[in-house]
Design a protein around this ligand. Structure first.
Ligand code: DGI
Ligand code: FE
Ligand code: FE
Length: 196
């Protein structure tokens, strides 16, 4: 259940999307809260970022493109898959339209699809929660859920690995930042394993 103080924000989010996407959003909220508790993150921020993460997901591509251009949010993204666009536009829109000002929360929304090098704990929690929420049933989802019980970096590296494989197999472009994010997480996980 969502905290009652989130109810007005939740209504605003729900109005942006299909019923299916709203169900996914609630799944990500629950998964993000669990991950925050497991890995020592801020559960309230994780819930808030998860609630807002797909704010712009169901907006038409033309609207996303116009905002990316007009606000100069991430011009390089225009050369890559449209699926990546809702993340930076969502971060911009929840600040503009909902008055969300917490930079950590905005970053977690901004980077939830592509990932980035040097992801914060909150970035990782929201991004991984998006991959493991109960409604997800892509091939390999159960393996990622399993890993997510043990090691946040390893689980998210594997999740990005899955996405990269999916894109490769279909001959689609890969946004380089996703590869950099995956390598960065894998290095972190390997280093930790050496020291344990
Ligand atoms: O918005 P969601 O569907 O909940 O999930 P998301 O924000 O992680 O979007 C994932 C989609 O983005 C997935 O279908 C793959 C697609 N995509 C296209 N190019 C890239 C990409 N995802 C990543 N991480 N990197 C890409 O280069
Ligand atoms: Fe998304
Ligand atoms: Fe999502």
């Amino acid at each position: 259940m969502l905290k009652s103080e989130l109810a007005p924000l939740a209504e605003a989010v729900r109005r942006q999307m299909s019923e299916r996407r709203w169900k996914h959003t609630l799944g990500v909220v629950g998964a993000a809260r669990e991950l925050a508790e497991r890995f020592g993150g801020d559960a309230d921020k994780a819930e808030l970022a998860a609630l807002l993460h797909d704010y712009a997901k169901d907006w038409p591509a033309e609207r996303l493109e116009r905002i990316l251009r007009d606000q100069d949010l991430a011009p390089d993204l225009l050369e890559y898959d449209k699926e990546l666009w809702h993340a930076p536009v969502g971060a911009w829109a929840v600040r503009e339209e909902l008055g969300v000002a917490d930079e950590e929360v905005l970053d977690a929304i901004r980077w939830h699809t592509s990932g980035r090098e040097g992801m914060s704990l909150l970035d990782k929690i929201v991004c991984l929660a998006d991959y493991i929420e109960p409604g997800r049933n892509y091939p390999g989802a159960e393996d990622i859920r399993e890993l997510s019980r043990l090691d946040l970096d390893e689980a998210l590296a594997a999740a990005f690995g899955n996405t990269i494989r999916f894109l490769l197999e279909r001959g689609r472009l890969i946004y380089p930042l996703t590869v950099l994010a995956r390598n960065d997480l894998l290095r972190g996980a390997m280093r930790r394993r050496e020291h344990s």
